[in-house]
Design a binder for this molecule. Structure first.
Ligand SMILES: C[S@@+](CC[C@H](N)C(=O)[O-])C[C@H]1O[C@@H](n2cnc3c(N)ncnc32)[C@H](O)[C@@H]1O
Length: 359
């Protein structure tokens, strides 16, 4: 756990690249909430400075989440982020605050004084870092369909086919007759072996292994453990010197994907309700975020033990949620008063967490 009292732009520069799994942060919204820290000249450019640093420090498949409530500024930020390399827009989430007061919005006659709807929501934007040659992409699915991704695993599938074809030790297989009249290059031989193996797999194991063998297409997919077991037995794959256990393949596959941990039966709706109310709860910070939503985001978008960064930590909500969820945390806060509050809150959470573990 690392806590810094200072300007995040300075501190982030010192952080190693690709060292953080999740950035979950709540920047100043530039709506005048505080004279000290919520009026920022050239706001979008300023945001892009720390957002670019986030993309640098995030792991190759890390997730970036930031809160905001002003739609115009959000739209500028999304447009600017989509111009960056290797990042895709993933989704938007909403914190719905039904008990938020709206009295000031209405005049005596019940008309809205602002001639607009009263906003009872805050929004978080989710972006995923990933290698893609299609800037401005939306959604992980399109990235998954990019044949440049999962190269190592695709190569494994191809090598497996070549080995099966070369050994021709499958039921119904036989010696592959290469055209003796011309010299067959190594690449041509490999292509022949893999084609023969694919045909055999289709007839012996069936369509369920088909996508695993489509190593060079957008259809490639890691097969299920059951299918892998059948492939292993049918072709004596354990005799192959490059053979890898399924769990090893699955781990690599999962490591290459953004985290999204949900339990069976968990809702995946992007609208969150929380009983938290900054006024009623006498919050430690005027913009304090609910602990329950923060913890849910951390658990979903990172794994146990991974690093989470919040460089506008305020009263330290993200840090407390990280302690409770068993994640490592890096927190930055410029204001000395809030830094002290955050540090104390996180220390208390740690003490409670470790005491509970002793029981
Ligand atoms: C919206 S508040 C975060 C509140 C937090 N989510 C919580 O639950 O308490 C934003 C915080 O960013 C801090 N801040 C503003 N500019 C900063 C900078 N350049 N570096 C680090 N912190 C900064 C402010 O002092 C403020 O406490």
């Amino acid at each position: 756990m690392e806590l810094y009292n200072g300007d995040c732009l300075e501190i982030m520069k010192e952080m190693p690249s690709e060292s953080v799994e999740l950035v979950l942060t709540d920047p100043p919204y530039n709506i005048g909430k505080s004279k000290e820290w919520d009026r920022i000249p050239n706001y979008i450019e300023w945001c892009m400075d720390w957002l670019k640093e986030c993309l640098r420090v995030l792991s190759p498949h890390g997730t970036l989440i930031f809160w905001h409530n002003d739609m115009v500024q959000i739209s500028h930020l999304i447009c600017e982020l989509l111009k960056e390399k290797d990042v895709i827009y993933n989704s938007t989430g909403i914190w719905y605050k039904p008990n938020f007061r709206s009295i000031a919005w209405k005049n005596k006659n019940g008309n809205t004084t602002q001639r607009s709807w009263f906003n009872v929501c805050e929004y978080f934007q989710v972006f995923t870092k990933c290698k893609t040659d299609k800037p401005g992409q939306t959604g992980w699915k399109q990235v998954k369909l990019d044949v440049n991704n999962f190269q190592n695993l695709r190569k494994y599938a191809f090598d497996m086919l070549v080995w099966i074809g070369k050994n021709a030790n499958f039921a119904g297989g036989g010696t592959i007759v290469l055209n003796k009249s011309k010299r067959t290059s190594e690449a041509e031989k490999q292509s022949i072996f893999s084609t023969v193996a694919r045909r055999s797999i289709f007839s012996e194991v069936g369509g369920r292994a088909d996508h695993f063998t489509r190593y060079g297409t957008t259809q490639w997919e890691l097969c299920t453990p059951e299918t892998y077991e059948v492939l292993t037995k049918t072709y004596n794959l354990r005799e192959w010197e490059k053979y890898r256990e399924y769990e090893d393949l699955r781990q690599e596959y999962e490591d290459l994907r953004p985290r999204f941990n949900t339990e069976k039966g968990d809702g995946v709706s992007n609208v969150f309700l929380s009983s938290w109310n900054n006024t009623a709860n006498k919050s430690l910070h005027p913009c304090q975020k609910p602990l329950d939503i923060t913890k849910k985001l951390i658990q979903t978008h990172s794994n146990r033990g991974e690093k989470v960064l919040d460089m506008f930590m305020g009263s330290g909500t993200t840090g407390v949620a990280c302690v409770n969820a068993g994640r490592d945390f890096i927190g930055v806060e410029k204001d000395e008063k809030y830094f002290k509050i955050a540090k104390e809150r996180i220390e208390t959470a740690k003490a409670v967490f470790f005491d509970a573990q002793k029981l």
